[in-house]
Design a protein around this ligand. Structure first.
Ligand code: BGC
Ligand code: NOJ
Length: 817
């Protein structure tokens, strides 16, 4: 079952019916101002931080699921009939409906009784505002008199407070209306120097700024009083619920089109120039007026839209593939990159499944997000790395999250997730491989943001590594702390009290429970750090890291190997988790993926055996489940993982985030057929045909697909904000297609399905464009035997870095096994 189709030429997904099984959303903005927009114009906007600078209100877990947003109404003033051109909120049966989600923009078009409407929503580059370019056309044979009403509900900035503190909030709301602009200035009179504004290019027939006047008592957005009667109330919000609604009258001759531009913006004034006149309480609008004027001019709007499209052409042009598989092509060339941008920007904070008030940017998450983002805007990746490492503790440990607005570690969650520090090493390694910018390692970076504590970034990496060495358990494996990558494997939590946080409640001092996963991660990160140290000429460090990695490998082989797969952990009683001796949770995916990625067991058959066990015990047609058998009851000593009903989330759900680790592992043993098969099972585009089962957007990965123990096996949840974005991107581009960044060049090492005749990748890398044609005449899965650069054979399979030149570098790689 499908609800739309891909338009790869336009780089859009076209939704053709509004009532998708779940809201199918998109992200607006890619720098500082962000919006979430659904296929019915639902969603909300914020500046930098979804919790602390929320512009518009959104009610989560609503019914319908997707309700509240950037709504417009059209009213036929002759008949009094009104409808929503984006279907919601009136849900009038439209004659035609189409939503085009593109890169950083969404266009929703519809037709009702021969009145066509189309709204293009986007955020211009470099601005802190969003544009809704609205066009309406009369396809009737006679003239029509229409009214257009806009509607947004302002949020009182701190989204958490906004949803809780009504005894105060109902008295603080303030607005100003000047010309065609509604200014939302709640709390501007006191400590804020920012306000929101909502402008309209049409001549106003009226406006409303008090929600309940606009709607009328006991009415909802499907039937606002102002729209029904065809006339705004010109209400001014004093307290209660500030709202923005413009009313514009539009008369159209047959065939005529008119356009109205609505703009919602965020603006800051210098603290000492907040008011104009200075002694008044009136917003100083001198600094914002030029911005408003600029975008009320259609020419500038069109130019901004064009440059947004060009910007994305540039970003996507860095890696383009033409392979025999359409699903891989469109994910690599368009959508997976787009999802990587979203996860880089908002981490796991704001989606239709993440409330925007719970979490900021995760240390582990954001470092992994770099894997799929670093090639797009390396300068922003650099900044992110420095921000993340500035929240690191002197011990090498990390705040688990930080708030994007303040860039400070989040004290409520704290640290103690013992895998966290290692992801910094992998994030920095990815940055170095992409850019060759070794200067980043010398950047002075503080610990815990404390001035005076600065040390070169390189020292942060050393401390990350040492953190584990200083926290080894009884078997010599790393202590797990609060949790490792699997936030729900809480071996020191022992929570028997409802409502306690599994992540922050720690009832044991944690000197026994160990993680084989962290051990594998330590080996992987240790090898990367050794290579970095060596390149920096710090050979002593390099040797030490390697020696410790080798030592840990031995410990893993001794205590972390269960006979047919890698053990997952040891619990607080010193008993194995993820072993054949367990009744449930005998085998876990994470340690198989991570240990093989770290190179463990490649030479002695362990890797192959572990991956065979995964194939037999964990793989399903919808992807690879996290563990088996699922936990059928709550285990006090295991924590949140066993809190989920079997088949969901970490309790044997298909976690799309860690499927790529197995896929990479398969490529490492040369198994291109299986690697690509696993990739395709979770690829949303390849699942488009089963939209009725999958239910989430077919253009982005979801965090989870229900596992085989779940009654809803195959159903996806938590789309968009997931480590699956970066890891799948990294896996397909660098490990399957095999065009891999390394410190000294670009390795060409595809591991592909034997049926492929070949493929072509265009890759911009360190100032040059490589056009790489991979040929597979003997239908192999791996093994580049010939590499021609501009027609000349070179030894090995690494394209060396060379000075930028104007034309592309033509490469031919032949796989002969
Ligand atoms: C989820 C995890 C998530 C964690 C974050 C848990 O409820 O199952 O996937 O990482 O919350 O705090
Ligand atoms: C989602 C979290 O954001 C991530 O940090 C964690 O690794 C996974 N869930 C697994 O628990």
């Amino acid at each position: 079952m499908r609800f739309g189709h891909f338009d790869d030429n336009q780089r859009e997904y076209v939704i053709t019916q509004p009532n998708t099984p779940l809201p199918w959303i998109n992200y607006l903005g890619c720098e500082a101002y962000f919006g979430i927009i659904s296929n019915t114009a639902g969603g909300y906007s914020f500046y930098r931080d979804a919790r602390l600078r929320r512009l518009t209100r959104y009610r989560y877990n609503n019914a319908p699921f997707d309700f509240g947003g950037r709504y417009l109404y059209l009213r036929d003033n002759d008949t009094g009939e009104f409808w929503s051109p984006s279907w919601q909120p009136t849900r009038t049966r439209l004659d035609k409906y189409e939503c085009r989600h593109g890169l950083g923009y969404t266009i929703i078009g519809s037709s009702y009784r021969k009145i066509e409407a189309q709204t293009c929503y986007f955020v211009p580059l470099g601005e802190t505002l969003e544009i809704w370019k609205f066009q309406v056309t009369n396809r009737r044979k006679r003239p029509v008199k229409l009214s257009v009403f806009s509607s947004i509900e302002f949020c009182l900035w701190d989204a958490q407070d906004d949803a809780a503190n009504f005894q105060r909030n109902f008295s603080t709301g303030q607005v100003e209306i000047v010309d065609e602009v509604i200014y939302h200035k709640t709390e501007y009179r006191e400590r804020r120097n920012h306000f929101a504004w909502f402008a309209c290019s049409g001549k106003l027939a009226g406006f409303d700024t008090q929600r309940d006047t606009f709607l009328g008592a006991y009415r909802g957005w499907d039937n606002p009083a102002a729209v029904e009667r065809g006339k705004s109330f010109n209400s001014i919000a004093h307290g209660w619920v500030p709202h923005g609604s413009h009313h514009v009258k539009v008369n159209l001759k047959p065939g005529e089109t008119k356009e109205i531009i609505f703009i919602l913006g965020y603006h800051e004034n210098p603290v000492d120039q907040k008011f104009d006149p200075p002694a008044s309480q009136t917003i100083n609008k001198k600094t914002v007026k030029p911005v408003i004027a600029k975008y009320l001019d259609r020419k500038n709007v069109d130019a901004a839209f064009k440059s947004l499209r060009r910007y994305w052409d540039g970003l996507l042009g860095i890696y383009q593939v033409q392979s025999p598989d359409i699903h891989a092509n469109r994910m690599v060339n368009i959508w997976n990159a787009c999802q990587c941008m979203a996860t880089f920007n908002v981490s796991r904070s704001a989606s239709f499944y993440e409330s925007g008030i719970g979490r900021g940017l995760g240390f582990r998450d954001s470092n992994q997000d770099l894997l799929g983002f670093v090639h797009m805007v390396p300068a922003r990746a650099r900044e992110r790395i420095l921000d993340l490492s500035a929240t690191q503790l002197e011990s090498g440990g990390a705040f688990h999250q930080y708030q994007p607005l303040t860039k400070r570690g989040n004290n409520d969650i704290g640290g103690g997730f013992n895998d966290d520090p290692h992801w910094l090493i992998l994030g920095v390694a990815a940055y170095l491989k992409e850019t060759g910018d070794w200067s980043i390692l010398d950047e002075p970076v503080p610990f815990e943001n404390a001035p005076g504590s600065e040390q070169p970034l390189y020292e942060h990496l050393r401390r990350s590594f040492n953190y584990t060495l200083e926290r080894l358990g009884p078997h010599g494996l790393p202590l797990i702390g609060r949790a490792d990558w699997n936030d729900c494997l809480n071996l020191n939590c022992f929570s028997d009290t409802p409502g306690q946080s599994f992540q922050t409640t720690t009832n044991k001092d944690g000197k026994v429970a160990e993680s084989v996963f962290i051990a594998g991660l330590f080996v992987l990160a240790g090898k990367e750090l050794a290579a970095i140290a060596k390149k920096r000429g710090q050979s002593e460090d390099a040797e030490r890291c390697l020696a410790e990695a080798v030592k840990m490998e031995k410990v893993i082989c001794q205590h972390g190997w269960d006979g047919e797969w890698f053990v997952r952990a040891y619990d607080d009683f010193g008993k194995p988790v993820g072993s054949k001796v367990c009744d449930e949770g005998k085998i876990f995916i994470e340690s198989q993926g991570m240990c093989v990625m770290a190179g463990i067991g490649l030479n002695d058959g362990k890797a192959r055996l572990a991956l065979e066990s995964v194939n037999q015990r964990l793989a399903t047609k919808h992807g690879i489940v996290l563990q088996q058998p699922a936990f059928s009851k709550y285990y006090l000593h295991l924590g949140e993982i066993s809190s989920y009903p079997p088949g969901y989330k970490e309790n044997a759900g298909i976690f799309c985030h860690n499927n790529p680790w197995i896929i990479i592992a398969e490529t490492m043993i040369g198994n291109g057929n299986r690697a690509f098969d696993y990739y395709t099972r979770i690829n949303p585009s390849a699942r488009e045909n089963i939209g009725g089962i999958h239910r989430c957007e077919p253009y982005v990965f979801a965090q989870m697909i229900a596992g085989k123990d779940a009654p809803t096996h195959g159903e996806a949840k938590n789309s968009w904000l997931t480590g699956a974005a970066a890891w799948t991107y990294f896996t397909i581009t660098q490990r399957i297609l095999g065009i891999r960044t390394e410190f000294d060049g670009l390795r060409v090492d595809p591991v592909i399905p034997a049926r492929w005749k070949g493929f072509t990748v265009t890759r911009r890398f360190r100032g040059n464009t490589y056009v790489i044609a991979v040929k597979n005449p003997k239908r192999k899965q791996r093994g580049v035997t010939k590499l021609l650069v501009d027609g000349k054979a070179i030894a090995g399979n690494v394209l060396p870095v060379c000075p930028p030149r104007s034309g592309p570098i033509r490469v031919e790689a032949v796989l002969e096994g």
